[in-house]
Design a protein around this ligand. Sequence first.
Ligand code: 13P
Length: 338
Amino acid sequence: MTLEDIAKKMCAKGKGILAADESTGTIAKRFNSINVENTEVNRLAFRETLFKSEAIKNYIGGIILFDETIRQKTSSGLSVPELIVKNGSIPGIKVDKGAKVLSGSPEETVTEGLDGLRDRLKEYYKLGARFTKWRAVIKITDNYPTVQCIKSNSHALARYAAMVQECNMVPIVEPEVLMDGSHDIDKCYNVTENLLNDCYEQLALHKIDLKGTVLKPNMVIQGIDCQKKSTSSEIARKTLDCLKRNVPEEVTGIAFLSGGQSEIESSKNLNEINKINDTKFLITFSYGRGLQASALKEFGKNKEDIKKIQNAFNHRAKMNGLSSKGEWSEKLEKEIAA
Ligand code: 13P
C-alpha cells in the first residue's frame, strides 16, 4: 500500500481514528477519575476490551497506540498490533516525547522527541505500525501564542513528518490549539489560521508528500471559559472555512481531536462540518476522550463487564462513523442508545 492508500483507509467515509495513545501520566488522570489503579495490567485490560470490540471492524480505520501498548501481548496470544490488523484496522504509534518548556518563552511549550527518532521509527515499523502521531500544543491567552512558539512547533512537526515518510509510514500532523481559556471563537480562528499556515510552509520546505499525511487539527471553537457559546453550525462554518483557506488541497485526510468537548458535542460538531463539506478532504474524527469517556465509566463500574464496556464504545464509534458522513442526528443518538 502507498502512503496515500494508508491515509485513505484511516479516514475512509464512515470511519475514523481511535486515539488510545494516552501516556502513562495521562491515563493516570483518566483512571483516577474512575477510581481504577493505574497499573500495566489495567491499562492493557481496558485497551484490549476496546480493540476486540465490533466497532473496530466497522468504524475505526486506525488506532494510535502508546509505546507500552504496541509491545504488549493480548490474552489470545496475539500482540496488540496483530489483534488490530486481524480486526481490520491499522496500528499507529505516538512518537513524540511530549510538550516541554520552551526556552525563551517558558510559559509555552515545544514538543520534543526528534533525537533518535529515526531508530525508534524503524523499530515501530517492525512492530507493525503503519502511521504515527506527533502533537504540538499551542495555548491562547492575552499574551500567547508567540511567533517563537508557533515557529518552533511547526518546524519540529515538519522534521518529524519527513522522517516518518522516509520510514514508509503516514505522519499524523497534530497542531493543537487548546480549548483552555476564555477566548472567543474568532480568536481561535485567527490562531488556528496562523498555525496551519506556518505548518504547511514548513511541511513544504521539508518536502513532505501531503497526500501521504493526515492533519489532526482542533475545531475552530470558543475557549471552555468563554461566556459566548457558539452554535454547532457556526463552529462548522468557521472550521471548514479556516481549513479551506489554510490547508493545501493535496492533504488526504483531516481527523479532528475532541480536545475537551463532550462526547455528544464532538459528534454533533463533526456532523455539522460534514454536512457542509464541499471539499475533497476526508473529514473525520481522531478522538481520545470523545470516543472513550462512556466506556471508561463502565470500566470503572466493573472491569469484568466486557459487554457493557464494549456496548458503550460501539455506540460512540457508530455515532462518530455517522458524523463522518454527515448522517448523525440527535434522534439516532437517543434511539440507538436506548
Ligand atoms: P482528545 O480527543 O481527547 O482531545 O485526544 C485526542 C488526542 O490524541 C490528542 O493528542
